[in-house]
Design a protein. Structure first.
Length: 297
């Protein structure tokens, strides 16, 4: 009887899954593993004196963990998940708040917590719960007909941004701000509110850049280089563009790329350029298309 009940629940679970989205995720996981080995084997074995499979094994472990978490979350009842949003957001927010106190600094940025077996970047855990918390605030029954819900959601955004600025992590700050803007826009807010909040964000960002140049000066340099490449150090971006051009449509072949040897952290910051160089722009376009398909679904 118990076996039949489990089988029924499993079949029901499988019927309700969006199989196209699942297949897209599995394909991205597989491609990530493949390109992880391709772009890091020489780095691990020749430059870091580690096992050639060091980064691949690490990526594989996190992939398996991610799949287990994905399957577990998808199996949780929606009502239960709604109840878990607030405590999980608070927990992840506490982790983020601990970063300035006990966080690990890497290359001038303090964004990680050392959990012995691995390093955790709390903002990666907090991001989905931030969006869910924003949605809960905007759909809260008692604030249904009140505009103050947008102010409360903005305060929530500010509390997270303040912690991110101290790391510093401008990229995640911009990403969260963009997510918040799209969320409140979909909720039906007046465009005037969005313009007002966005203006506040831009003014605050400008103040940070110019009042704290010792902490955020690198951002100004990147902006200057973006608008006028001749004014800054463009070695890495130029090398990545050259690698994409060299790869063409079909690429140079597996392991034949040179970009991963030329730039630091190429397997993370410039992985799409490495893929284009070795496997061609066709593969890069295919990967981008999978992401777009998931987004549009």
């Amino acid at each position: 009887m118990l076996e039949n009940s489990f089988k029924f629940r499993l079949l029901n679970y499988w019927r309700n899954i969006d199989k196209k989205i699942l297949l897209s995720f599995l394909l991205l996981f597989f491609l990530g593993l493949f390109f992880s080995f391709s772009s890091t084997s020489s780095l691990a074995g020749e430059r870091l004196n580690k096992d050639y499979y060091f980064f691949f094994s690490k990526h594989l472990s996190f992939t398996i963990l991610a799949l287990l978490i994905m399957a577990s979350i998808s199996a949780i009842d929606t009502l239960l998940l709604k109840k878990l949003v607030i405590p999980l957001f608070i927990l992840s927010f506490i982790f983020l708040a601990l970063v300035p106190i006990i966080g690990v600094e890497v290359k001038g940025a303090k964004r990680w917590l050392d959990l012995y077996f691995f390093r955790l970047q709390p903002i990666e855990i907090l991001k989905p719960f931030f969006i869910l918390m924003t949605v809960q605030i905007l759909t809260y029954e008692k604030l249904k007909n009140s505009q103050i819900k947008y102010f409360f959601s903005f305060l929530l955004l500010c509390s997270v941004i303040i912690l991110l600025v101290g790391q510093p992590d401008l990229g995640q700050s911009i990403l969260l701000t963009g997510s918040w803007i799209f969320t409140v826009f979909i909720s039906g807010v007046s465009i005037l509110y969005i313009v007002s909040f966005f203006s506040i964000f831009l003014i605050s960002l400008a103040c940070l850049l110019f009042l704290l140049p010792e902490k955020f000066g690198y951002i100004i340099n990147r902006l200057i280089t973006f608008f006028d490449p001749d004014q800054g150090d463009k070695f890495q971006s130029s090398a990545a563009l050259d690698a994409i051009k060299l790869g063409g449509l079909t690429g140079q072949g597996m392991g034949e790329g040179i970009l991963k040897e030329r730039v630091p952290e190429g397997h993370t910051d410039y992985v799409i350029a490495i893929i284009s160089e070795e496997y061609g722009s066709i593969i890069s376009v295919m990967i981008i298309s999978i992401f777009l398909y998931i987004s549009l679904e």
